[in-house]
Design a protein around this ligand. Structure first.
Ligand code: FES
Length: 143
């Protein structure tokens, strides 16, 4: 199985690993297909993600996609982070082997779960549909 140089880089040197004690929102999701887990912490100020940390207990692809996802949302408005798809994360990593695409869903779902937690904690209204389906529909390997 061939991984891109970017996948190897983010797996071997993952960015933003850790925990934020006073996080504004925390999201934890598990991958139904393999049981791997990702937890993400967001620090949000004035509706902007000023800091983000993650812990992923999973395969190389899950760690690389988690790392890239944190890089893609850091410094971005919450509304922009909500539009992050697993497909965008995979593209930013120059692709993943087809059988590992499902691993990237973890990152997208964890970011969304953390934003939902932030909304819930602050009584911010949102459209529940935003947190329904994941970008998993982009992928045909989650059978
Ligand atoms: Fe579980 Fe990749 S095999 S996330």
């Amino acid at each position: 199985m061939a991984y891109s140089a970017k996948v190897m880089d983010h797996f071997q040197n993952p960015r933003n690993v850790g925990k934020i004690e006073d996080a504004s929102g925390v999201g934890e999701v598990g991958n139904a297909k393999c049981g791997d887990i990702m937890k993400i912490y967001l620090k949000i100020e004035n509706d902007v993600i000023v800091d983000v940390k993650f812990n992923t207990f999973g395969c190389a692809s899950a760690i690389a996609t988690s790392s890239m996802a944190t890089e893609l949302i850091k410094g971005k408005p919450v509304s922009e982070a909500l539009t992050l798809t697993n497909k965008a994360v995979v593209e930013a990593l120059d692709g993943l082997p087809p059988v590992k695409i499902h691993c990237s869903v973890l990152a997208e779902e964890a970011v969304k779960a953390a934003i939902k937690d932030y909304y819930d904690r602050n009584g911010i209204e949102y459209d529940a549909e935003l947190f329904g389906e994941s970008g998993c529909s982009n992928c045909c390997h989650c059978d």
